[in-house]
Write a protein that binds this ligand. Structure first.
Ligand code: TTP
Ligand code: MG
Length: 351
């Protein structure tokens, strides 16, 4: 049984702007293009939603409905930076994170030990971290698969969370309106309503063949979704920025020669770990040293390819300035950023 959390930031772009300019708090705010340039809203806050404003609405229309609307330009660089900060919070708790956009992600926390293994408490913790550290709110859905988790994250929006426990799935799904199924847009809703299907309970009465005939491949998805079934795994796209290995020694090491004796074993470990990353371009090599008094130093240098002799040089530089014993040694490399990734693969990375 999997434990999946879906996290979705609340009116993300607008929330970031309001956070950074408290004057906007409590006022209707939207982020989007200018009305005279046929711009549309990318999003708006809840004060603006009270005027029936929504994403993708023409800005000119939005200003008609809400003349006091404060319309701000889109600042993607800023939202990307905040998104990266949110991302780092997720990675504290699991490596299995799939981003759907800058403000939305699935986390597979099935094997996570944090919060005594409780996905519900973990979702609370993550939302708490986001609020405390970034001063933004997020909503979460917790369930046994991606589909249910995503539906659930909408249930207590904004700044809330909702879980669907395994024994609640049947009842929950039966009363779920089909329009709440991700991927079911206006056209599909109309098609289904035309054959008197409004809820998932009603959708369950259609056979797999019939759904396939009406909706093609998506019909198969619908067949499973309306039964609360979704086998898709959470697919990670994390771009690793560095790889390193380290060892804490049973007895502290003294001097350069004792330390350098440890380099060959560490290096071969590092080479072994790097096999998985042969397609990445190495940009820097670094060494990490923790001393007996727990103080630590790293030293790095720019390289074009991995060179074992450089680790020894770096070690020499660290050790020569210190008479302290060494408790831990680490070796690592940093990779080039997105530049080293083919352009056609970058768009999916959402940085
Ligand atoms: P959403 O999560 O759909 O919306 P939201 O975060 O603004 O609001 P909610 O509280 O309902 O989650 O989208 C995330 C961001 O993506 C949003 O802040 C702006 C951007 N976006 C667009 O640029 N165009 C769009 O049509 C939509 C829906 C979103
Ligand atoms: Mg959102």
């Amino acid at each position: 049984m999997k434990k999946i959390i879906h996290i979705d930031m609340d009116c993300f772009y607008a929330a970031v702007e309001i956070r950074d300019n408290p004057f906007l708090k409590g006022k209707p705010v939207a982020v989007g293009g200018l009305p005279d340039k046929r711009g549309v809203l990318t999003t708006c806050n809840y004060e603006a939603r009270a005027f029936r404003l929504h994403s993708a609405m023409a800005s000119s229309r939005a200003l008609q409905l809400c003349p006091k609307l404060i319309l701000l330009p889109v600042d993607m660089k800023k939202y990307r930076e905040v998104s990266a900060e949110v991302r780092e919070i997720f990675y504290r708790y699991t490596d299995i994170v799939e981003f759907l956009s800058l403000d939305e992600a699935y986390l597979d926390v099935s094997d996570s030990k944090a919060c005594q293994g409780s996905a519900i408490l973990l979702a609370k913790k993550i939302r708490g971290d986001i609020l405390q550290e970034l001063n933004l709110t997020a909503s979460a859905g917790i369930a046994t698969n991606k589909f249910l988790a995503k539906v659930a994250s909408d249930w207590r929006k904004p700044d809330g969370q909702f879980s669907i426990l395994p024994n609640q799935v049947d009842a929950f799904i039966k009363s779920l309106p089909v329009k709440k199924i991700p991927g079911v847009g206006k056209v599909s809703v109309r098609k289904l309503n035309n054959i008197n299907v409004n809820t998932c309970a009603q959708l369950q009465t259609l056979s797999l063949i019939e759904l396939h005939q009406r909706f093609g491949k998506f019909g198969e998805r619908l067949y499973n979704y309306c039964r609360g079934i979704d086998e898709r795994p959470v697919e990670t796209m994390r771009i690793r920025k560095s790889v390193s290995v380290e060892e804490t020694f049973i007895e502290d090491l003294r001097g350069l020669s004792e330390c350098s004796n440890k380099l060959p074993a560490l290096q071969s470990n590092l080479y072994r770990r790097l096999k998985k990353y042969e397609d990445r371009v190495i940009h820097k090599q670094f060494i990490k040293v923790k001393f007996a008094d727990f103080s630590r130093t790293t030293k790095e240098c720019v390289v074009t390819q991995l060179d074992g002799a450089i680790f020894l040089e770096l070690l020499r530089e660290v050790i020569k300035n210190s008479s302290k014993k060494v408790r831990l040694l680490g070796l690592g490399v940093r990779f080039c950023g997105l530049d080293s990734i083919p352009f056609n693969q970058q768009s999916s990375l959402l940085f």
